[in-house]
Design a protein around this ligand. Structure first.
Ligand code: HEM
Length: 514
């Protein structure tokens, strides 16, 4: 082929892609929906793709631009794909709850044959999601939380030892790293029954792989782009793999070894793995400790396979340690900046502990109203939601109430939690950290969908109780003994990282303890 022919083919190809994108970018106009003017290739997300803004800040800009135009919703483009964004909270409720059947799935590409660990609840779709969700729901009741409480408390001693050391040598500590090691130890222990030891050893394998799950390096970003641009059917056909092989190998081995060991030695522990073994061998979670297979004839329900068990354990690890560590980090940041609130909280912790003989107990934690309904944790999650937004996909055409616009099957949706949490219509002076926003009177005045740190509707976070409990246990352990102040190494005013999928602070949060 001569050079002229090659040049001709390239020109034809580029012109076709350009013409296709031009046509695609008229999608929202053709459907009669106001939209953000896209740019070639980037669509409406140039700042996000070029990493000038993080996910939360970028979608907050999009939300604010629709809101300032008085719109209830709007259209945008992710590369060439149309994305719908609800702004009005009744419409958010319609999508997440009222018309859930039209918007059941998270729109994430999974091929369990190639990526068995990706078959966790967050990624699953339709009937398989429904089936696994109903099996897992009983593992997160308050009774089960009570059962796992002591494991959480046991992990606080390492946390206290490290802070004691930093207090003595008067050195600041990057608190996100420390509390991530705490939550890694808690989840490792509760989900896998393994002492991860990452508080003692910051480079433990669990901590290393935990960090890796949330590192979005170039390869991950390219894979993410491929998944957005190439149709699913083609990805399945070519066996496209997303999961890093070393992460997969590590977690698969941990789960399989633990399952085999427990089954061979008839070991029962009060943890999540025990409940998974019940699902694997008995098809349901029961109150008994027993998890060995039932005799033929007594079997109820369907069983989980070993791969499904591994995927759920991996999902809980990934979804559980970083989100709770993020909550604890922002709570400590705000407490360091608001010493009066910190004093109030420490007073409550002291009073409750005194009533419970100086011990951190489940009932004691449940009595901490300033920590809990107070307001304090909700205000942290409002101002800094760890997951800044959630995707959905439309699986049945849906007519937006009161308009002619139809969201077509296959259209992606983005629900911008962070933007809603910072909307002055619902939270006046939104940058201010004010726990009183969550007293009963103020809460009652707000639209229930103005607070979405755990999502809403049938797809709401299944581990919220667990996540809140471990954050509270960790915070109580810190605040009962230490006063926290912000070290000058923290870049203030803080900026959110533009590279992390979860909300996190650029340069970290450096805390001094005394
Ligand atoms: C403070 C901590 C946490 C926060 C802020 C958080 C937040 C969220 C959010 C926003 C979603 C998406 C909901 C939606 O799309 O509507 C979610 C889903 C999920 N979370 Fe959490 N989460 C936390 C802790 C945990 C923990 C500790 C676990 C497990 C032990 C967990 C497991 C999950 C799972 C499995 C899903 C998927 C649910 C489904 O699709 O049915 N999360 N979480």
């Amino acid at each position: 082929m001569d050079i002229l022919t090659i040049a001709y083919i390239v020109i034809v190809l580029l012109t076709s892609v350009y013409a296709y994108s031009k046509w695609t970018y008229t999608y929202w106009k053709r459907r009669g929906l106001e939209y953000l003017e896209p740019e070639f290739f980037y669509g409406s997300n140039k700042d996000l793709i070029q990493r000038k803004l993080g996910i939360g800040d970028h979608f907050a800009n999009v939300y604010n631009s629709f809101k300032s135009r008085g719109l209830k919703c709007g259209g945008l483009f992710m590369f060439f794909k149309p994305v719908f964004m609800p702004v009005d909270l009744d419409l958010v409720k319609t999508i997440m709850q009222k018309n859930f059947d039209n918007f059941r799935n998270h729109a994430l590409f999974v091929n369990e044959k190639v990526d068995p660990l990706a078959g966790h609840l967050f990624n699953l779709e339709d009937e398989k999601w429904r089936k696994i969700r109903s099996k897992l729901t009983p593992t997160f009741t308050s009774g089960k939380m009570k059962m796992m409480f002591h494991t959480m408390v046991a992990c606080t001693s390492g946390l206290e030892t490290i802070l004691e050391r930093h207090s003595n040598i008067q050195e600041p500590i990057e608190i996100k790293d420390l509390v991530s090691r705490f939550t890694t130890d808690v989840i490792g222990s509760v989900a896998f029954g393994i002492d991860c030891n990452s508080l003692e050893n910051p480079d433990s394998e669990f901590r290393q792989y935990g960090r890796k799950i949330f590192q979005f390096d170039l390869v991950r970003r390219i894979k993410g782009m491929i998944v957005m641009v190439i149709p699913r059917q083609i990805l399945v056909m070519i066996g496209f793999k997303q999961m890093d092989p070393d992460i997969e190998k590590f977690f698969m081995k941990v789960v399989k070894d633990t399952v085999r060991y427990r089954e061979a030695n008839n070991i029962h522990r009060k943890d999540f793995m025990q409940l998974m073994l019940q699902l694997k061998n008995r098809g349901k979670v029961s109150e008994e400790e027993e998890s060995s297979p039932l005799p033929v004839g007594q079997i109820e329900g369907q069983f989980m396979t070993l791969n499904e068990v591994a995927a759920q354990c991996f999902g809980f690890f990934a979804a559980g340690f970083e989100t709770s560590a993020t909550t604890m980090t922002f709570a400590l940041l705000e407490l360091a900046l608001n010493q009066d609130i910190q004093d109030e909280l420490r007073k409550e912790i002291g009073m409750v502990l005194e009533k419970h003989g100086g011990e951190l107990t489940y009932d004691g934690i449940m009595q901490m109203s300033y920590l809990d309904k107070v307001i304090f944790i909700p205000e942290t999650l409002r101002k800094h939601p760890p997951i800044p937004g959630s995707p959905r996909v439309c699986n049945k055409d849906f007519n937006i109430p009161g308009t002619e616009v139809v969201i077509e099957k296959g259209t992606r949706i983005h629900i911008p939690f962070q933007a809603i949490h910072r909307d002055p219509e619902y939270y006046p002076d939104p940058e201010k950290f004010d726990p009183e926003r969550f007293n009963e009177e103020n809460k009652a005045k707000r639209h229930p969908f103005a607070f979405l740190p755990f999502g809403e509707g049938p797809r709401i976070c299944i581990g919220s109780r667990f996540g809140l409990m471990q954050a509270k246990v960790g915070l109580c352990a810190i605040l009962r003994k230490f006063k926290v102040t912000l070290d000058e190494k923290t870049a203030t005013p803080i900026k959110y990282s533009t590279t992390s999928p979860l909300t996190s602070v650029d340069g970290g949060v450096w805390i001094r303890v005394s």
